[in-house]
Design a protein around this ligand. Structure first.
Ligand code: DGL
Length: 263
């Protein structure tokens, strides 16, 4: 069981930003990644739709013998994490949420910005997160429709992307945010572009590394850490595998075996 792979899932390529953190922290672990690219963007879908998709994907991950599941998607977490925990109470599961707690602790201006999907920002789970950790700070939320689709197309630099991103970031800067939460796993791929747009004094926070540490703790507690060696990461997509193959080197800096997943 220790040598079984860990499954990492997302609506598309965004969770690769989390997969990188996991591979860096846990190099002995074999990883496989499932991207539900045929159903992107989750951020504009209903919670019920996302729950159904996550049920299908997690079933696939179980069939593949995954010893643990990482939901590398904020939108899927708010919609489906509770349902998956209920379905598989004994399966180690790590989910993710926007970094409101660390951002509230880090801000000096007292104003925090959140870039995330519409689905995440509208969820009761996000409201509860603000209630719990953000009472003493002002939080400016900014949904970002369109960004995910551009990243899925392998666009990290175009002028159109730059303009769209600027239209989302400018209101946060105008409000005096000194800390910006990247509350969608696709957005860390826009860090280079974001750093060109914001003053150096502003911090960008995401939770990929924290998710990797939480996974490590869970596996350790259950004596499930692998001693290695790890097998090469494998990738599955519910859309065109050729497209995924094409953009993988851009986001994962390596090529990899990509297979198509239907469900
Ligand atoms: N990567 C996902 C997240 O972290 C959302 C992308 C989408 O809208 O499909 O929220």
């Amino acid at each position: 069981m220790r040598d079984a792979p860990i499954a990492v899932i997302d609506s598309g390529v965004g969770g690769l930003s989390v997969l990188k953190e996991i591979q860096a922290l846990l190099p002995n672990e074999s990883l496989f990644y499932v991207a539900d690219c045929g159903h992107i963007p989750y951020g504009e879908k209903s919670p019920e739709y996302i729950r159904q998709r996550c049920a299908v994907i997690s079933g696939f991950c179980r069939e593949q013998g995954a010893k643990a599941l990482v939901i590398a998607c904020n939108t899927a977490t708010v919609a489906a994490a509770a349902d998956l925990r209920q379905r598989y109470p004994d399966w180690p599961l790590v989910a993710m949420e926007p970094a409101v707690k660390p951002a509230a602790a880090a801000t000096r201006s007292g104003v925090v910005g959140v870039l995330a999907t519409t689905g995440t920002l509208q969820s009761a789970k996000f409201a509860a997160l603000l209630d719990r950790f953000a009472n003493d700070v002002r939080v400016i939320t900014q949904p970002c429709p369109g960004l995910v689709e551009m990243i899925e197309d392998g666009d990290l630099h175009s002028e159109a992307l730059r303009q769209l991103l600027r239209s989302y970031v400018d209101p946060l800067l105008a409000a005096g945010c000194d800390t910006i939460i990247l509350g969608c796993t696709h957005y860390p791929f826009l860090k280079p572009l974001l750093l060109e747009m914001i003053p150096a004094s502003i911090s960008l926070i995401d939770t990929g590394a924290a998710v990797a540490r939480q996974l490590q703790r869970l596996l350790e507690a259950r004596d499930l850490l692998s001693q290695g060696p790890a097998r090469d990461a494998q990738f599955w997509t519910s859309a065109d595998p050729d497209h995924f193959r094409k953009i993988l080197p851009l986001l994962w800096q390596k090529s990899g075996v990509v297979q198509s997943f239907t469900g």
